[in-house]
Structure formats: C-alpha cells, structure tokens
Design a protein. Structure first.
Length: 71
C-alpha cells in the first residue's frame, strides 16, 4: 500500500522538482518540500494519495506569514 501511494505521487514529485514547487495539504495546512516529503514518507508519515496534495509556490507561504505578522 505504501509503495503504491509513493508511486502514485511520482509525477507530482517530478513536476515539483522541475518547477521549484512544494507539496501543500489544505486539510492540515502543511507545506513540505519534495525532499522533506520523501524523507517523511520513508519514516511512514504523510502517506496520503495525490488527491490530498496541491503543488504550490513556497513563496505563497512566505507572503502569508509576512501578512499575518503585520496584522
């Protein structure tokens, strides 16, 4: 099951690495770089299918944090 999930994400990993994007889960408000997500999955964490992830520019998170800080 775990290997099937990881395999199903391969095209997302390829796209993320090529375009400099990160994995984002809106369900848990989690941002992970492709390398960090791979590391976590090797440790049995975040083994969620592709439907649970969006690829987003990590700068979106930086802008969001700056906005929150300035409120």
């Amino acid at each position: 099951m775990e290997s099937e999930i990881v395999a199903s994400l391969q095209s997302l990993f390829d796209q993320a690495e090529k375009k400099g994007l990160w994995f984002y889960s809106s369900y848990h408000d989690i941002w992970l770089s492709p390398s960090k997500l791979r590391q976590e999955q090797e440790n049995g964490k975040f083994l969620w299918g592709a439907v649970n992830w969006q690829l987003r520019d990590p700068l979106e998170r930086v802008v969001e944090l700056k906005f929150r800080r300035n409120q």
